[in-house]
Design a protein around this ligand. Structure first.
Ligand code: UDP
Length: 488
């Protein structure tokens, strides 16, 4: 595109879920920092939640526009204002939430008609967006928010149905036609893995996979060196056109210091100060603190929270433990904590009730381990920070991510979660928490795991630098979009 050509304009349309919106805002910032015009399609509540972050980006001189659509919550029987997947706290509400996402087509069409973007990057859960883009003659790119390994493994399960070959839900089967031998059980598979269309979600899952081939291509938040065999497999064997441009959160750092809250503002008990955790960490020795966080969706019951508390205490390690605010508020009396827990843990453990500045915590030199639910953003953030992980997958594609972390990369150990359970997670005993935390922090193999994790962290940083694999793939994607843009 010559200097007289119009500025290339990309529309980003993430699923209304924080784990999808956060990397998309980072992505919009990344593209805008390369001179493209970027617009995020959001809903009033989500736009409000992220307004501070967007403002900080604008303050850096990087222009991101936000345009609004109305989320049809009441039309599907959800309370007005229930505009984000985290707010749909029961399986029934989740069904309604995903139903509502299928009703956004007209609004997206109107916005594209008004704003004339050259390209639409839309979430995998909007399979119909490919047709909308086609009506305007613009390419649609799919954004999954997951990595190559789970893209390949979930496609293998969908296409080959290996889970049908075993008799019991706990009997392991091979996930076929992958670069490595990977075993799973039916218990660990998402309920929608077969895409059998019995729920809104499984229908969307199947259509989303199909839209990979119908769309112009796929943007993957990963880097080549992390899962090269699977990046190759996805492109060469499964035939998907894909660009890897991650870790997007790390790319962010090359543009400006903006990882503070990754969305919401941090909240630490009565200390409403982003910096409180970091100051607390400053007083600790390198690699002496384990960070415990289960993403934006998980909902543990009281007895599980108690097991975690006991396990952390028994491990003898320093910790920062994030408990979601709705849970903490719901249980004002904090019956989920063992008697006298916080008093005993003073100086040793910090409970964050609500939202923690995760990326900054992980990057702090005092943090030497991460207990994670294996959400893909958290996984990549742990990899980027070079910290060993305790894997505690719960739902979505998290059991696949666990395999990548523990078996393929060897940078973590499993806590022993055996059963996929939407939002609530499988129950895990305190002894298992204690044992796994000790293994990654001070156990016999801790040194080896740490050095592997550090090595990958370095590779992640190199990938986003000038000449690195993700930086180069981002350049080629932008070049390709520019050449398409100039021909439309
Ligand atoms: N996150 C955060 N602070 C929190 C909880 C979550 O910054 O207290 C961020 C985290 O850094 C990650 C995202 O929220 O970027 C969670 O995404 P992930 O894919 O790991 O999990 P999900 O919430 O989608 O299950």
């Amino acid at each position: 595109m010559g200097s007289s050509s119009p500025q290339l304009h990309i529309f980003f349309f993430p699923l209304m879920a924080q784990g999808h919106i956060i990397p998309v805002i980072d992505m919009a910032k990344l593209f805008a920092s390369r001179g493209l015009r970027t617009t995020i399609v959001s809903t009033p509540l989500n736009a409000q939640l992220h307004s501070n972050k967007i403002q900080r980006i604008k303050d850096m001189g990087i222009e991101i526009e936000v345009v609004l659509i109305k989320f049809p919550a009441s039309e599907v029987g959800l309370p007005e204002g229930c505009e984000s997947s985290e707010m749909a706290t029961t399986p029934e509400m989740q069904q309604k939430f995903f139903k509502a996402t299928t009703m956004l087509e007209n609004q997206l069409e109107r916005l594209i008609h008004e704003h004339h973007p050259h390209c639409l990057v839309a979430d995998v859960f909007f399979p119909w967006a490919t047709d909308v883009a086609a009506r305007f003659g613009i390419p649609r790119l799919v954004f999954h928010g997951i990595g190559f390994f789970s893209l390949c493994a979930s496609l293998s399960v969908l296409m080959n149905k290996p889970q049908k070959k075993v008799l019991a839900d706990s009997e392991p089967f091979d996930v076929p036609k992958l670069p490595d031998e990977v075993k799973l059980t039916r218990n660990q598979l998402p309920t929608y893995a077969e895409g059998n269309g019995d729920t809104e979600f499984s229908r969307l899952f199947k259509e989303g996979k199909e839209s990979e081939l119908k769309s112009y291509g796929v943007i993957v938040n990963s880097f080549y060196e992390l899962e090269c065999a699977y990046a190759d497999h996805y492109r060469q064997v499964l035939g998907r056109k894909a660009w890897h441009i991650g870790p997007i959160s790390l790319f962010n750092k090359t543009i400006g210091k903006d990882n503070e809250s990754r969305g919401m503002e941090a909240s630490i008990d009565c200390h409403d100060d982003d910096q409180y955790c970091l100051k607390w960490l400053d007083s600790k020795k390198p690699d002496s603190v384990v960070y415990v966080c289960f993403g934006t969706m998980s909902k543990f019951n009281d007895s599980q929270l108690l097991e975690i508390a006991e396990g952390l205490e028994a491990s003898g390690q320093n910790f920062i433990w994030v408990v979601r605010k709705d849970k903490a508020e719901e249980l004002r009396k904090e019956e989920w904590l063992p008697e006298g827990f916080e008093k005993r843990m003073e100086g040793k453990g910090l409970i964050v009730r609500g939202w923690a500045p995760q990326v900054l915590i992980l990057d702090h030199e005092a943090v030497g381990g991460f207990v994670t639910h294996c959400g893909w953003n958290s996984t990549l953030e742990g990899v980027s920070a070079g910290v060993p992980m305790v894997t505690w997958p719960m739902w979505a594609e998290q059991f696949y991510n666990e395999k990548l972390i523990t078996q393929i990369l060897g940078i973590g150990v499993g806590v022993g979660a055996k059963k996929w359970a939407r939002l609530v997670g499988d129950s895990v005993k305190r002894e298992a928490v204690e044992k796994a935390v000790i293994r990654i922090m001070v156990g016999e193999e801790a040194g080896e795991i740490r050095s592997k994790a550090r090595g990958l962290g370095k590779m992640a940083r190199r990938a986003v630098e000038e000449g690195g694999s993700s930086n180069s793939d981002l350049n080629s994607l932008i070049e390709e979009l520019r050449s398409l843009g100039s021909s439309t």
